[in-house]
Design a protein around this ligand. Structure first.
Ligand SMILES: [Zn+2]
Length: 383
């Protein structure tokens, strides 16, 4: 039985979460807190209290028993939605023209989607990324970032490096400067071993201060545990699949097939039997789906319906202060469209349920490999 805990963190100082390896002069920040950073911050807090790593430490941070998910920017009381690679909005005004917002995944059976225009200004549509706080009406969540110029610190001595300046993007808050809203980061921690619950809850007590990301020697990265709670129940996977299929039929799908989408909510690091990273050549069987399950293909074409990007995620070993090898992964937001025959439906649903509950691939304890099956945006926002 998996226990899922929803965690809310509040920013107390700007946070710098590097998109690329530090060492280049201009460093961008991520707009979310990767599970890796959360795990690192909690591990550090644990060691500060207990000294050397013990068995509880290993179970909490180095085993597969706890998965620290990515934390997304969110507004109080709302569950954030990650915009998938199939989301579209007005090319010129983006989500400001909220009526233009739609999801294009189920356009696969006809090409009308290419000619769609913004109902407000008539401009064509383009891909849109980011987060929504709400679908209807569309409410985007945009964390603000700010540029900071800092002096570099010598790693060895901890002192200011001479004649070394660099600029750094940091996350500071939500909304515009004159309309500041509270920036929360929301994510889910999954616990597979219930005996670890009390220790984990102790580390995540409300009002606990944690330190995240880069620049901590300059006062960056202070966050506070605001609240945690049990994850609210979502619609059952079977019901979501049913609604997804009803919309797929309206969109021109084959009535004898069962369709499902897989939306990557975090990066997916998968390897094949020969330990090679699996990227664009991914098959349903790489994900443990039964033989016979295939990707949907565009009509009259061999091209599978996959919206994929690859990313190289830099690693950092804090213990020895050296880089770890990069992980090549499929990027969060990627979408895959699968199908099977009606006779296979139950077997496929069983595996899909497992994929959603446990994740897939490597580095799952750092939040990698979270997948949503039939993510509601694909059928509620297709029109
Ligand atoms: Zn427009």
């Amino acid at each position: 039985m998996v226990l899922e805990i929803a965690l809310n963190l509040q920013l107390h100082a700007p946070v710098a979460l590097h998109r690329t390896r530090a060492g280049v002069q201009f460093v961008e920040t991520l707009d979310y807190i990767p599970g890796t950073a959360l795990r690192g911050a909690l591990a550090e807090a644990y060691l500060t209290e207990h000294g050397a790593p013990d068995n509880t430490f290993r179970a909490l941070f180095l085993s597969e028993q706890v998965q620290y998910g990515d934390l997304w920017p969110s507004l109080e009381g709302q569950q954030a939605i990650l915009l998938p690679a199939t989301a579209q909005a007005c090319k010129r005004h983006g989500l400001k023209h909220d009526q233009s917002f739609r999801d294009s995944l189920l356009d696969v059976w006809n090409t009308l989607g290419n000619d769609r225009k913004c109902p407000v200004c008539g401009e064509s549509l383009d891909r849109v990324s980011g987060y929504l706080g709400r679908l209807d009406p569309v409410k985007p969540i945009s964390p603000r970032s700010r540029l900071r110029v800092s002096t570099a610190i010598e790693r060895g001595t901890g002192t200011v490096a001479r004649e070394m300046l660099f600029t750094q993007h940091t996350l500071v808050g939500l909304g515009t400067p004159d309309n500041k809203q509270l920036l929360l980061f929301q994510g889910i921690v999954r616990l597979f071993d219930p005996t670890l619950q009390s220790e984990l809850m102790r580390l995540l007590q409300p009002n606990t201060t944690l330190f995240l990301g880069a620049g901590r020697s300059r006062g960056l990265g202070q966050v506070e545990v605001k609240a945690w709670s049990k994850v609210p129940a979502t619609e059952l996977l079977a019901e979501r699949c049913q609604q997804f299929n009803a919309t797929a039929q309206r969109a021109g799908g084959d009535a004898s097939k069962r369709y499902f989408s897989l939306t990557l909510l975090s990066h997916l690091a998968l390897r094949d039997d020969l330990l090679r990273p699996v990227l664009g050549e991914i098959t349903p069987q790489h994900l443990g789906l039964p033989d016979g399950v295939t990707w949907v293909r565009y009509p009259g074409s061999d091209q599978p319906v996959l919206f994929l990007s690859a990313i190289s995620v830099p690693g950092w070993n804090a213990a020895i202060g050296l880089p770890k090898p990069d992980t090549v992964a499929l990027m969060r937001g990627s979408v895959l469209l699968g199908q099977c025959d009606a006779t296979q439906e139950q077997a496929v649903l069983a595996r899909l349920t497992q994929i959603e509950a446990e994740g897939v691939g490597e580095r799952r304890n750092e939040g990698f490999g979270r997948v949503a099956v039939c993510y509601p945006i694909h059928y509620t926002c297709w029109r």
